[in-house]
Design a protein around this ligand. Structure first.
Ligand code: OFO
Length: 180
């Protein structure tokens, strides 16, 4: 069982991950509305990844015999008119999430909760990849600049991103993640 303090914070993190999914769903719609079909797909794949992040926390609380307490999910704000504004906002959000995960790790370490520390290590590694993905896309978008033909081709390239995470959690996220 994790402490009541960490339980509260992990419940808060479930909410942040669900918000992340909701934010990326909104970003997918913004991209789609501007004809950026590949970027729209990229953000929808990201939506599925965030659902996995949320479900892993949800299941961890249950595995530890703790309480799951779900809160309201905030409305995703922002009106994104360019590919660059979408990815800059995504990177800013991921940096916020990295800070939030680090706070959870700090609590686990302070409480000598080795199980939670080991569990959270997956997220620490995942956040490096999340920030790297956004950073690399921003670098490419900078090179593209105002070249709409290049953006058209890059959008097609981003469309190739596939969902590599489970989307059916009815049997539990751990079972669904086996072999991933
Ligand atoms: Fe995008 O990493 Fe979870 O929130």
């Amino acid at each position: 069982m994790v402490s009541k303090k960490l339980e509260k914070e992990i419940n808060g993190q479930v909410n942040k991950e669900m918000y992340s999914a909701y934010l990326y769903m909104a970003m997918s719609a913004h991209a789609n509305a501007r004809g950026l079909k590949g970027i729209s797909r990229w953000f929808m794949v990201q939506y599925h990844e965030e659902m996995v992040h949320a479900m892993k926390f949800y299941e961890y609380l249950q595995d530890q015999g703790n309480d799951v307490v779900l809160g309201a999910i905030e409305k995703p704000e922002g009106s994104f008119t360019t590919a660059m504004s979408l990815y800059e906002a995504a990177l800013k959000h991921e940096r916020f999430i990295t800070g939030s995960i680090n706070d959870l790790v700090d609590i686990a370490i302070a409480e000598k909760d080795h199980a939670s520390k080991a569990f959270l290590d997956w997220y620490v590694t995942e956040q490096v990849e999340e920030e790297q993905n956004d950073t690399e896309i921003i670098q490419t978008l900078k090179m593209i600049g105002d070249n709409t033909a290049a953006l058209y081709l890059y959008d097609k390239e981003l469309a190739a991103r596939m969902v590599t995470v489970p989307t059916d959690f009815s049997g539990g996220v751990s079972a669904a993640m086996k072999g991933k």
